[in-house]
Design a protein around this ligand. Structure first.
Ligand code: AMP
Length: 310
């Protein structure tokens, strides 16, 4: 049973204290799909121009990622984003965002995608996320992420979209912006009134907190970030967290309703999310995914268990 992933496939320019790459494969849906593909079959929905390199399509195909929903616009150019990181890599400044073919992206799911049970809606305009959700006929578990721009300027549209999601995955600043609450626990309680029964708040290198509403009460689970010896490029780490989290749930056949979803499955999914986010930072762009194996993933998962048990 496959996971459908919607979002950006892009070229990125990235500068960190460890180096600079002018143009390399990126995009939220790229990272999400690569990470999730270690756990479950993935079908990608995105748009690219005719500058999309065959070797980049080849990397996705080599991971078994379905590309029937990857629309190619003749004469168009891929979405391009570039950014520079601060010395500690906790701050990122966007230098350039060229939407190119992404500006007219109206995702249309191939028939072969529509009956899949799992859906991850990457960070695109909320109305488009809603339209993709509406094209799916048998969703068991759907969720996604968003960003400050949509929260601030497309609030009504976003709230309508969120109503149909099982989970939302955002960072702490976005959770505060969305809820209007500075206290994270109160922010989570408000967001869990908006539709999703599960909220994952990403906290960068400090890990993530999962909140889940079931039977009228809210439980939470806190996972630290994996302590890497060196971080080369954090770009895509949040997306890889999303891919690991959702891929893990899809791979285990998790079911839709809050009551059916086992909290232990959710906790495991958060740890796999952290594991995948950590691998992403070890090399520039998607490079770590060229060699990563399931054995590497399981070894780090066990290390995580060992260093958080008490
Ligand atoms: P993350 O570091 O997890 O926030 O993800 C970074 C990735 O998101 C990069 O590969 C970018 O190509 C992509 N990205 C940046 N800005 C946007 C945007 N406005 N919409 C969609 N994707 C974006």
């Amino acid at each position: 049973m496959a996971l459908v992933v919607v979002g950006s496939v892009a070229y990125d320019g990235v500068e960190t204290p460890h180096g600079k790459v002018d143009r390399m494969l990126g995009g939220a849906a790229t990272y999400i799909s690569l990470a999730a593909s270690h756990f479950t079959p993935v079908k990608l929905v995105a748009v690219v121009g005719d500058d999309f390199a065959p070797e980049d399509a080849g990397l996705l195909a080599a991971r078994g990622i379905g590309l029937a929903g990857l629309e190619r616009v003749a004469g168009g150019k891929c979405f391009f984003w570039s950014g520079v990181y601060s010395a500690d890599m906790n701050e990122r400044t966007t230098l350039r965002t060229d939407l190119n073919v992404f500006a007219d992206f109206h995702p249309k799911l191939p028939d072969s995608y529509r009956a899949e049970p799992y859906l991850f809606l990457g960070n695109i305009q909320p109305a488009l996320q809603k339209s993709v959700r509406a094209q799916m006929t048998a969703v068991r578990l759907a969720g996604g992420d968003t960003m400050n721009y949509w929260i601030a300027d497309f609030r009504a549209e976003l709230l309508e979209t969120l109503r149909e999601w099982d989970f939302l995955l955002i960072n702490d600043a976005e959770a505060r912006l969305l809820s209007g609450e500075s206290n994270l626990r109160r922010a989570a309680a408000k967001i869990l009134e908006m539709g999703p029964h599960t909220l994952i708040v990403k906290r960068g290198e400090y890990g993530a907190v999962l909140f889940r509403k079931a039977g009228g009460t809210i439980g939470h689970f806190m996972a630290p970030g994996y302590l890497l010896e060196s971080v080369f490029d954090p770009t895509g780490a949040g997306d890889c967290f999303a891919g690991g989290f959702m891929g893990c749930l899809a791979g285990r056949g998790a079911r839709l309703s809050a009551e059916d979803l086992d909290f232990a499955d959710l906790r495991r999914a958060v740890i796999y999310g952290s594991v995948m986010g950590s691998f992403c930072c070890e090399r520039f762009g998607v490079d770590r995914f060229r060699t990563l194996t399931r054995e590497d993933i399981e070894a780090r998962y066990r290390e995580f268990q060992a260093c958080t048990a008490f």
